[in-house]
Ligand binder design. Sequence first.
Ligand SMILES: Cc1cc2nc3c(=O)[nH]c(=O)nc-3n(C[C@H](O)[C@H](O)[C@H](O)COP(=O)(O)OP(=O)(O)OC[C@H]3O[C@@H](n4cnc5c(N)ncnc54)[C@H](O)[C@@H]3O)c2cc1C
Length: 430
Amino acid sequence: MSTTVAIVGGGWAGLACAVDCVRRGLQPTVFEAAPQVGGRARTVRMDGLPLDNGQHILIGAYSETLALMRAVGADPDALLQRQPLALEFDDGFSLRAHSSGRLGLAIAFLRACGMSWRDRLAALRLMRALRRTPAADETVAALLARTAQTDGAIKHLWAPLCIAALNTSIEQSSARVFARVLTDSLMGPPGAADLLLPRADLGSLLPEPALFWLRAHGASVNTGTRVRAVRQQADGFAIEVPDGAPCFDRVVFACSPHQLPALLGDLPGMQDIARQIAALAYEAITTVYAAFDARTRLPAAMTGFVAGEPHWVFDSGQLGGPPGLLAGVVSAANGTREETERTVLAALRSQFPALSDPLWVRTISERRATFRCTPGRTAIEQPRDSRIAIAGDYLVADYPATLEAAVRSGLAAASRLAGASCKTQNSSGK
Ligand SMILES: Cc1cc2nc3c(=O)[nH]c(=O)nc-3n(C[C@H](O)[C@H](O)[C@H](O)COP(=O)(O)OP(=O)(O)OC[C@H]3O[C@@H](n4cnc5c(N)ncnc54)[C@H](O)[C@@H]3O)c2cc1C
């Protein structure tokens, strides 16, 4: 009999874990509270319209996510529009990085439109400074001050990249995490900094193909099934769900961090981990979808707004979606849903005066979109009991909350449990 694994949470971390458990010969069962899998990167229906819970961007450095998509039969080349990193702003600023690495970046800075020589030199200075890892307690704002960044470089490069990658303002963001993101992408191997813009809804990128793959491989995925408690028993773990309490050999906690401490509380030796996770703070992301006349086309598929809100506007028509549908994204959003919606629509009208009145508008606010990526965060250790694993985008200290972090954590959880399973089998002579 193969080792049974209960996976609490069917976001990208839980699904990655489940797929890898199958590949390693374990028998996973996923419990997902929501009616659909995908967690914070899912497709929802609003008044019958399929919409993503928020515009997502992947980058070329997401190697494990891309490999997992392929493994479950989702073709990244068809589902994602790959383009060199391009920053196009509403004030005419434009930068394209056709290749990564120091030389590629230097060329991109030289050719950028709307960058003064002082801005270009400042940008190169910051990239050079990143050869040394910033101190654990340094903020991005302090790093920018230390490397004498100009207003132009901050406005067009560092502030938008920081808010896009860390979903936290430069004043609050960790310089170490920002440096890691920049070096892995801009200074990474060829293609690492490429933008991969979804040409299909988020559900089709991974959650739905993974669900189909898992069921076809004999794994069980129970949506609409909230786990109320996990209790340790002599020979495993009882997973308390509305219609019973089935028992499993192993358990993976792949739920969002704010939901986890309550579930961990009953298990012996988990209090420190629960406390560490409970201390995380969160940032919101609001996406305003506005449908205009189908002939509407913006100058670029993705346009940055220097004045802030929205931070980016995406033109779905240029990304395989319905023509005329625009998505305005506000990261680290502070206002109410209604306020943010008004601000985004006003900014769109003022930037693109030819826009007609929207045919409809739908706004989705994710209050806890990501953890706040502040300096000094420490990695969250796995529990001492090797039959338990934690998976999720918040575990690694030097990385922000991303799809890639979620997928990697899910794969690591499966590997940990497979290791524990081998040890048990060896010691019991099975
Ligand atoms: C609006 C928005 C925009 C984003 N943009 C980007 C982007 O552009 N690029 C990028 O890389 N990342 C982006 N992210 C971050 C990315 O979506 C997350 O990092 C990732 O989805 C987290 O996955 P996860 O599996 O770790 O957690 P989650 O997705 O939170 O999954 C946890 C799952 O557990 C379930 N659950 C919780 N409690 C229980 C329970 N008791 N029983 C059963 N199930 C339970 C939840 O319903 C959920 O489905 C964005 C996030 C948001 C919200």
